[in-house]
Design a protein around this ligand. Structure first.
Ligand SMILES: Nc1ncnc2c1ncn2[C@@H]1O[C@H](COP(=O)(O)OP(=O)(O)OP(=O)(O)O)[C@@H](O)[C@H]1O
Ligand SMILES: [Mg+2]
Length: 385
């Protein structure tokens, strides 16, 4: 069984991972994937591919989707990775009850060539900047809705600064986000949606700090671990980092759609590097041996599996028959009710009499009163019930 690794320029984590997996004695070989032209529906040799770079190489992303279709397990799922972005993540986290800085998604400043005013008729113009600023507050962070590598991230202190940076953002969709004046910042590795490594981090110097010298209150750390697992369970990522800015004891989730997080030994430092390499190697081997193919998570899988497709069409047939029968019964009931109503309203109105008088009359001439005393269909069925 083989595990393929798809990499960019990083050169410490992938070789360490390959060495670790190959030394585990599990009968699984890890190696770099080699790809040429990709044929439609063509299966590849790998039980699992670990993707570190398809966010930068669209050809790889397409190759990986095709690999999923053909039964390969891909970590992380390239379809979800294609769909998610920071702003969606913030909205999801709010619904999960996590602490998230107030965030507003802004219409782009610029558009690709060919987009004219006419194409933008759905956009409110001018934008109500005052209400957005009031909502988020100042200072604030202006950053891409789908960014990475700390690119195009600005801290703005005033409306003028906000406009001045916004004017430079071109075709990027940006978010304006509440600035969290944090006392501590942590980056958490999450592997297999269950193993969490909380790493204190110094964003100003872009440096990971030691856990020993930067201890967290145990309750706060528990919450951070819980929030990290919840985020990854819901987003579905098998490998991800979640960043929290901690202010007044509250961990605010800042950045958590990082499906190929930095794992370089020179940046994360050796103790964290070893933890990451071991946990990821174990996860990949475990998934290769026991996990279901990634395609099982997708709607179209049902249509590829003949048995399932037949089962589905049989079920659809039964459902259609039930529906037809149900509609027939309803129609019958409706026509019964209607005929009762018609019968009731077309019956001659009988002048009201006292019970005694009617009885007397009935007694005196039963044949004459036969019609007037005949129970309606409704009364009959009421009696039956
Ligand atoms: N709401 C915020 N409040 C305070 N600081 C923030 C906030 N959002 C971002 N920052 C700062 O900006 C940095 C980069 O932001 P973010 O992580 O969202 O962008 P990124 O492009 O994903 O960067 P990276 O790749 O370094 O993680 C954070 O490490 C943090 O220091
Ligand atoms: Mg970040």
């Amino acid at each position: 069984m083989k595990i393929g690794i798809l990499v960019g320029m990083e050169n410490t984590f992938p070789p360490a991972l390959i060495e670790k997996i190959n030394g585990m004695g599990e009968g699984i070989t890890a190696e770099y994937v080699k790809i040429g032209g990709v044929r439609m529906g063509e299966a590849n040799d790998y039980r699992l591919i670990f993707d570190r770079i398809s966010h930068e190489i669209p050809f790889y992303r397409s190759y990986l989707k095709n690999a999923v279709l053909n039964g390969t397990i891909v970590v992380n799922n390239p379809f979800w990775w294609s769909a998610d972005e920071k702003f969606f993540g913030y909205s999801l986290a709010v619904k999960l009850g996590l602490a998230v800085p107030k965030t507003v998604l802004l219409p782009q400043k610029g558009y690709i060539k060919g987009v004219t005013d006419n194409s933008l008729r759905n956009l409110e113009f001018p934008l109500n900047w005052d209400s957005i600023i009031e909502e988020v507050g100042l200072p604030a962070i202006l950053k891409p809705h789908d960014g990475g590598g700390w690119k195009d991230v600005y801290k703005v202190n005033s409306k003028e600064e906000l406009w001045s940076y916004y004017d430079r953002t071109g075709t990027l969709a940006m978010v304006m986000q509440e600035f969290i004046d944090f006392s501590m910042y942590v980056r958490c590795y999450c592997v297999a949606k269950k193993h969490v490594l909380v790493m204190p981090y110094d964003p100003a110097n872009r440096r990971y700090l030691s856990r020993e010298e930067n201890q967290l209150d145990p309750q706060l750390e528990d919450r951070i671990v819980r929030d990290t697992i919840l985020i990854n369970e819901t987003l579905g990522y098998d490998l991800n980092t979640v960043e929290f800015a901690i202010k007044d004891g509250v961990p605010y989730a800042i950045d958590f759609t990082n499906p190929a997080p930095d794992a370089d030994i020179w940046s994360v430092t050796e103790p964290y590097f070893n933890w990451i390499t071991n946990q990821v190697a174990e996860m990949l081997v475990d998934y290769a041996k026991y996990s279901v193919p990634t395609l099982r998570y997708h709607r179209w899988n049902k249509w590829l599996n003949q048995d399932a497709a037949q089962g589905l069409s049989a079920a659809a047939g039964e459902l259609a028959q039930d529906l037809v029968a149900g509609v027939g019964q309803m129609a019958q009931k409706a026509s019964d009710v209607l005929s009762e109503v018609i019968e009731t309203i077309t019956e001659p109105i009988t002048p009201k009499r006292s019970r005694k008088a009617t009885a007397e009359k009935t007694g005196s001439d039963s044949s004459k009163n036969a019609k007037n005393t005949r129970p309606t269909k409704a009364a009959k069925s009421a009696k039956k019930e």
